[in-house]
Design a protein around this ligand. Structure first.
Ligand code: IFM
Length: 441
């Protein structure tokens, strides 16, 4: 990799990220069922009908997995704490084994000199609450706030940073409008409610965290570099609608207490009653922003379709195993735009960035030069954004391990460490070694 740690300020953190359902193995340790378990049981929802019941067996291998982070010289580890593991019914009685697990995990990070970056919701809606409508239920923010208090009281004294929600666009739009993720709905009314309730839950969680004296709290949003496929006015308008739904909805609500007009065009008739009264809760200050960035999105108008009447178009750039174009310039542009238009000098972390590739172990090694270039180019983009005014504080590679890639099952490999899902053997890839080398310099 063509960067070195010394290119960045001393307080800039390098790390890697994972999420509970994608690595832990939800069958271990008394976790309750979540909506991904049942979503995966419906034909065609998930490749191979795979779920996260075993995943990477991280619940059993967490110590050696933390060793991998330490041995690469990383400063921080972004992990998530599963709602369904902590509260198997979503509310009420906590699972002592679940709380003990996260307690050990955080201590294990501190023993290895890793700063714990916790995410409170990375997509395990407990089934008992999904039965009540999950993110469409008007009480979901209260349920979430109660969970936040339980887990924060157990580990909040040792975590370095706390994010409320991971990628609310995926929680709401991808899951309730496009139907690609659990609960797999395709319903605009459910979407409008989820788009708002997920932010209300963020606000309610922030209130709990503040009341408990927790410092360094934020949220993780995903962004893409959105643009029209060409200069036709209708395609520019289509890209503007996508930008409003994907990139602007969440950050504008959090920083300005309002929703973009181009998104409200479609959602307004379906919003929950009294939503305006929640905007102050949603727009309370955060201490940092997490940015997940993977690719760009090209759009064209689709006038025959229902709102938002647009379609993604395949671009010409080289692609990852996900079929996502590799576009580091978009990370620079996103970070500069966020600093300029929304957050000013608020600390920003790139909380996820990475690529999937069809990696194989050959003679005990994994050769992944494409990933090495990918990381170099995106870390360089962060340096450029810093010089253009973004207050960049860290980079987390997604992901430490190959893991459960949701609707794609185990087919897509994002890890810097290869996982053999039969033997659970971990094999550091060449990118892991290169990352470690860059961090030593
Ligand atoms: O695996 C996911 C992760 O859970 C959330 N952000 C994007 C990653 C890659 O698709």
């Amino acid at each position: 990799m063509d960067f070195k740690r010394s290119d960045f300020p001393e307080d800039f953190l390098f790390g890697a990220a994972t999420a509970a359902y994608q690595i832990e193995g939800s069958a271990h340790g008394g976790a309750g069922p979540c909506h991904w378990d049942s979503f995966a049981q419906v034909p065609d929802n998930v490749i191979g009908a795979e779920d996260g019941s075993r995943a990477c067996d991280h619940y059993l291998h967490w110590q050696s997995d933390l060793d991998l982070l330490r041995d690469a010289g990383m400063d921080a580890y972004r992990f998530s704490t599963s709602w369904a593991r902590v509260l198997p019914e979503g509310r009420g009685k906590a699972n002592p084994e679940g709380l003990d697990f996260y307690d050990r995990l955080v201590d294990g990070m501190l023993e290895r000199g890793l700063k714990p970056f916790q995410t409170l919701y990375h997509w395990e809606m407990p089934s008992a609450l999904a039965d009540l409508g999950g993110w469409t239920n008007p009480d979901v923010h209260k349920w979430f706030a109660d969970f936040v208090q339980v887990i924060n009281r157990r580990i909040g004294d040792r975590v370095h940073a706390t994010a409320t929600i991971n990628e609310p666009w995926c929680v709401a739009f991808l899951s309730h409008f496009l139907g690609h993720h659990a609960p797999g709905l395709r319903d605009i009314r459910a979407t409008a409610r989820a788009m708002h309730h997920v932010l209300k839950a963020h606000g309610a969680a922030m209130e709990v965290l503040r009341a408990e004296g927790q410092e360094n709290c934020g949220i993780v949003l995903n962004f893409e570099a959105t643009g029209p496929v060409d200069d036709a006015p209708e395609n520019i308008a289509a890209a503007t609608r996508q930008d409003a739904i994907f990139n602007r909805w969440f950050i504008e609500a959090i920083t300005n207490g309002r929703y973009p007009d181009e998104a409200m065009e479609g959602f307004a008739p379906h919003m929950p009653p009294g939503w305006q009264d929640d905007m102050a809760l949603i727009a309370q200050p955060i201490d940092w922003l997490g940015v997940n960035y993977y690719t760009r999105g090209l759009l064209r108008a689709a006038p025959d379709m229902a709102w938002p009447a647009m379609k993604p178009v395949e671009g010409p750039l080289p692609k990852t195993q996900m079929g996502w174009e590799i576009y580091p310039q978009g990370l620079r542009d996103t970070l500069v735009r966020l600093a300029r238009d929304y957050v000013g000098d608020l600390p920003i972390y790139v909380t996820e960035n990475g690529m999937a590739w069809d990696d194989h172990v050959e003679n005990g090694a994994v050769h992944d030069p494409a990933r090495i270039s990918f990381v170099s180019d995106h870390v360089r983009a962060i340096g450029e954004a810093t010089r253009e005014g973004a207050n960049m504080k860290g980079f987390f590679y997604w992901s430490l391990l190959d893991n459960y890639e949701w609707a794609f099952g185990y087919e897509k490999r994002f890890g810097m460490v290869h996982v053999d899902y039969v033997t659970m053997t971990r094999t550091p890839k060449a990118s892991y070694r290169e990352y470690a080398r860059a961090l030593r310099r």
